[in-house]
Design a binder for this molecule. Sequence first.
Ligand code: FAD
Length: 475
Amino acid sequence: TTTTPTPKSVVIIGAGLVGALAAVYFAEAGWNVRLYEMRNDLRKEKYSRERSINLALSHRGIHALSGVSGIDMPALMRLAVPMHARMIHSRTGDQTPLPYGLHGESIYSIDRRMLNEKLLDIADAMPNVTLFFNHEVLTAQFEAGTVTLMDRGIKSQVVVKADLIVGADGAHSAVRRELLRPARMAFQQEYIDHAYLELTIPAKNPSATGMDRFHLDPNHLHIWPRGSYMMIALANPDGSFTCTVFAPWNLLDQVKTPQDLHALFKREFADAMPLLPNLEHEFFNNPRGPLVSIKCKPYHLADKVVIVGDAAHAMVPFFGQGMNCGFEDVRVLFEHLRASSVTSTKMPSAAPSIDTHLAHALETYSATRHKDVTAMCDLAMANYEEMRASVADPVFLAQRKVERALSWMFPNKFIPLYTMVSFTSTPYSECLEKGRALRRLALRILAGGAVGTLAAVAGLVAAVVLAKKRPARAV
Ligand code: FAD
């Protein structure tokens, strides 16, 4: 008798950004996909016009989204707002641009909900994907390839079985919790002392076109750095901005009355205050979220389960990389699946045994991805210091200028850290190493004092002129 191969099955837990993208990747590779989400289908939830929450999408995220054919990238990117530079707001309202890349590169402000809905729509339209909402993972039995979920609709437990289980269930992942013991997982979690709170700058003129719709330049990520706290603002296509205040919990708690609030904003964010008509309501009513950094290892168990996205590596949001890194997880995971010749089919009659190709792919993914993801968690924490304090520090700004000059003069040797992280797919661990080396060099040049700096820069310019045999441009 002949047996026909049947598609392998994957159960993905969590229909957030990363789980939804993973569903599309697996489905395009020919797997049978079931996607389980604890909450209701967000496409059916009422849309709150007042609260649009956006994220910075950059190269790694775009690269991963482009890795599947089902996503119309030009159409998606038309819904994003390009940001070419940071715009630093001083207490007196002066605005100073601080470009991101050397060559006009941009990061993109994109609506989180819209992106998640689009990914769900794409997955939903695929014949080999089934979506289940209101299903919460309770426990898992990885040896047997099963997960127990609570169907919140009928209030009853269901057990589902698959060839592979993917945990994309966020920072407080139930799949990761279930993996702790069997995978002998090392786990580290750190809550920082800061909370975040979202505020809204409404559109200046919603019916206008172009820049007239916005109170601030939409093509910048606006930052109000204020030492131990800060505010940022990212534009939405409708003309509004989503502002996020990052501040110590106790500072937020000290603001008890509208008078306290007005005094704080008048002192620290005077230029933004007139643009925030609902400040009082939003400040006292919008949720305040904790910020957590999570590292763990390994991300898998045999050929049974793997975790991706925030489930594997929550990071503080100060490099705008959490989602980008989670999307990259999915792309990199598929590189390992392909390299290990993992097929999307199995022989139905085969006795249950380890799929060695799959086990090898998960093993190499887990081992190699860990150093990169950990580096990104560390970079995000370091950028926290940079964003809230250093961008207002003259030494830091001078150091950045030297870094940019070095990068301009030796583009193949010195790439600024932010450029490497946000505009390339250089492994994060390499970004960390090279970024630190460049920073040390810039500091050494600065430590030489003004004369030393001039001499060093002049020397470098001369070296470049000689090397390139063409006149130097002004930096
Ligand atoms: P999530 O988005 O958390 O999705 C997990 C899903 O799993 C959820 O839908 C949840 O309901 C579901 N789930 C949870 N538990 C269960 C269970 N037991 N059973 C079934 N389902 C379950 N990243 C960027 O790249 N750029 C940015 O600019 C950026 N800004 C940010 C700003 C802030 C203030 C914060 C807090 C984060 C920011 N991030 C940013 C990070 C980004 O939001 C996350 O990295 C990203 O949402 C992770 O996606 P995920 O799908 O892994 O997890």
